[in-house]
Design a protein around this ligand. Structure first.
Ligand SMILES: [Zn+2]
Ligand SMILES: [Zn+2]
Length: 258
């Protein structure tokens, strides 16, 4: 069994064919999908999808792109939604200094606040870090994110960053870009991270792995990421599937499968 630790099934890209997408994931051995609502208008949809599918769990929070939209109602609404037992983590939160859709000072402030909220809610956090490695690490440290634990999703840092995150109890989640020709440095980093700290994800509909690069991504394609991780680490596909599944079940606090 595989787990897609991070996807966005609520996005309009899946509006027309969500059920076939979920079905194809099942047929490809994907036992669970974690779908991530990144802004207010998505949260209800995420919960609806999770509530109506046994194999789907929810992650809710405010993405750094949307940090500037946080208002007085945001955190009370999230507190309420996160009571749903299908919500297994808080996120994705963090910093995106590549697109800068929200001003940086607001991103930094909202990242700190949301780590505190996740701690209050007793949920692990899912961290988005794009071109902000140093600031992300600083905030994780200063806000004692070790107390929440969680995942650095779509990891794009170097090994030293991965090491620092693992030392704080974080898992490192690898997207489909690991299959890209130009991803040599990510492959080198993955080669050094113990399998026991790795998760795999699609971030669907984004970051479609080879051989489908250029098309819409979907959870069934997480197997191409697993395959590439197996090649890099010179272990079997089954071993990668088994260990990354155990890791995901542990970080999201689900019962291990018998
Ligand atoms: Zn992200
Ligand atoms: Zn995402």
């Amino acid at each position: 069994m595989l787990i897609d630790s991070h996807a966005h099934l609520e996005m309009p890209d899946f509006e027309r064919d969500l059920e076939p997408v979920i079905q194809r994931a099942k047929e490809s051995g994907v036992g669970y999908i974690f779908t991530v609502g990144t802004e207010k208008r998505d949260w209800k949809k995420v919960l609806e999808i999770a509530d109506s599918h046994l194999s789907i769990y929810a992650i809710l929070g405010v993405h750094p792109h949307n940090a500037k939209e946080i208002d007085d109602q945001t955190y009370p609404t999230l507190r309420e939604h996160c009571r749903n037992e299908k919500v297994k983590a808080y996120g994705e939160i963090g910093l995106d200094f590549f697109r800068n859709r929200s001003p940086r000072d607001i991103q930094l402030k909202r990242f700190r606040e949301q780590i505190a909220l996740a701690r209050e809610l007793g949920l692990p956090i899912v961290v988005h870090d794009r071109e902000a490695h140093r600031e992300t690490l600083e905030i994780l440290r200063s806000e004692n994110a070790e107390g929440c634990g969680g995942i650095i999703h779509c990891f794009s840092g170097d090994y030293e960053m991965a090491r620092a995150c693992m030392d704080m109890g974080f898992y490192i989640s690898i997207p489909g870009s690991i299959t890209f020709k130009n991803a040599e440095s990510l492959r080198e980093v993955v080669g050094r991270i113990p399998l026991e700290s790795l998760l795999i994800e699609t971030d669907a509909p984004f970051i479609t792995p080879e051989p489908f690069r250029g098309k819409r991504n979907e959870p069934s394609y997480v197997r191409y990421t697993a395959q590439k991780v197996a090649e890099i680490k010179k272990v079997s596909f089954e071993k990668v599937a088994e260990v990354t599944t155990e890791n995901a079940l542990r970080v999201y606090r689900l019962q291990p499968l018998s």
